[in-house]
Ligand binder design. Structure first.
Ligand code: SF4
Ligand code: SF4
Length: 55
């Protein structure tokens, strides 16, 4: 599953590119809603801060 780490700089790019609207602007760190995520990896590919990891 994909996870947003504390390297996130809240640029919102991942939210824009996610085809499943699975990323939520939660505080203090954005969260990927696992029930919506289709694990396409597009968010990770587009994060300029390397803040999204797959575990
Ligand atoms: S693209 Fe990366 S830095 Fe930007 S909001 Fe998403 S996880 Fe954070
Ligand atoms: S892996 Fe795909 S569906 Fe899941 S949060 Fe990232 S962009 Fe959205």
């Amino acid at each position: 599953m994909y996870i947003i780490t504390d390297k996130c700089r809240f640029c919102d790019t991942c939210i824009t590119v996610c085809p499943a609207e699975a990323i939520e602007r939660t505080y203090p760190i954005y969260r990927i809603n696992r029930s919506l995520c289709i694990e396409c990896g597009v968010c990770k590919e587009n994060c300029s801060f390397d803040a999204i990891i797959f575990i």
